[in-house]
Design a protein around this ligand. Structure first.
Ligand code: TRP
Length: 346
């Protein structure tokens, strides 16, 4: 680990700092769990981790923002993160809007980020395509808020999916520009992308990533789905007609997805999965994957039920998390304000 160029960064300088966030935009699915969340849990063993439920990001698309659903979804995502193994004794877990420094730093960074670079972000271009007049400024500015999230905690590493790579590169550019213009203030972050095998595809359209914006609910397995619902979804998973159990992403995306999910939840490899199930038919493979997924999710579901029975306790965990987050974020913001030349309040 190279020496930290930013003086005043809290904690041991040789520990990697990790930050990541997840939007409270609906139930967590197997793609979230095996992609992002599993690496969040594992990273706790080797790094100082800070994880946020990014509710401020969840209001950037007006058609997805339901005020009545926002708070329950935020609480439920936090509950699911805890159930899946985020350990509040080792990591900081909090709700983004509870730490005001995020919104304030985002404003300062708005005056460093450029219109051009934000306009080039592929995610913005996709989401805004053909609707310039009705897209919120918040959607355009989304990556700047994300930058603030990351650099408030001096994160070196940001575990995210491939779709976030440009946002993390932008965060690095903005942090670097700030340091150059106003003096060394922020650590420059880098993305940590999951291995390809962590990409879970839709069960009905196996060439598409599993995502909440799916066309059919049957294509998506939620972490809290009941066992018989999970079995039914795998039973109806789309495969192909050649009948051979082997992995080939191009020619056999459905069967390959099943094999990869099986490998991911059993901790084995796709080769193992083929060796174990290559002799059988698709029906037997689907049953085996469903059973392995149900077993993998069983403890998460049980823990979620326990935690959900005591929402006040989850609230206390989040309040303590916000306080710990603020203890890092507030001095970082103060340094940024100072570097930019603001009059300090008396
Ligand atoms: N944009 C991220 C996503 O949709 C969520 C996010 C918000 C995030 N702030 C972040 C991820 C900071 C990593 C770091 O997945």
């Amino acid at each position: 680990m190279t020496a930290d160029p930013v003086a005043g960064r809290p904690g041991p300088a040789d520990r990697t700092r990790v930050f990541s966030g997840m939007q409270p935009s609906g139930a967590v699915h197997l793609g979230n769990l095996l992609g992002a969340l599993r690496s969040w849990v594992v990273l706790q063993d080797e790094a100082d981790c800070t994880y946020a439920v990014v509710d401020l990001h969840a209001i950037t698309a007006p058609d997805e923002h339901d005020p009545a659903a926002l708070a329950p979804r935020t609480l439920d995502l936090a509950t699911t993160l805890l159930a899946a193994g985020i350990d509040p004794d080792r990591s900081v877990l909090f709700v983004q809007s509870h730490v005001r420094e995020h919104a304030e730093l985002a404003w300062l960074l708005n005056c460093v980020a450029t219109f051009g670079e934000l306009g080039r972000m592929p995610q913005f271009r996709d989401k805004s395509a053909g609707r310039d007049a009705s897209v919120s400024v918040g959607l355009f500015d989304y990556p700047v808020l994300q930058t603030a999230d990351i650099i408030l905690y001096h994160a070196d590493r940001v575990p995210v999916g491939e779709d976030q790579r440009h946002h993390i590169e932008l965060a690095r550019d903005i942090a670097q520009r700030f340091n150059h213009r106003f003096g060394p203030t922020f650590t420059l972050p880098r993305a940590m992308l999951p291995p390809v095998a962590a990409r879970v595809m839709d069960l009905q359209e196996p060439t598409r990533k599993m995502s909440k914006s799916t066309t059919s609910e049957r294509g998506i397995v939620h972490v809290l789905d009941a066992p018989d619902a999970i079995a039914a979804k795998f039973r109806s998973a789309v495969t192909d007609s050649d009948g051979e159990v082997r992995a080939d992403r191009e020619a056999k995306p459905g069967v390959t997805n099943l094999l990869e999910i099986l490998a991911a939840v059993t901790g084995g490899t796709v080769e193992h999965a083929v060796a174990a199930h290559g002799g059988g038919g698709y029906g037997a493979l689907k049953a085996a994957v469903a059973e392995a997924v149900v077993e993998h999710l069983r403890p998460v579901r049980a823990r979620h039920a326990e935690l959900a029975a005591d929402p006040a306790e989850v609230g206390r965990v989040l309040a303590a998390g916000a306080e710990r987050a603020r203890a890092v974020a507030a001095p970082t913001l103060a340094r940024a304000r100072d570097a930019m030349g603001f009059l300090a309040p008396a």
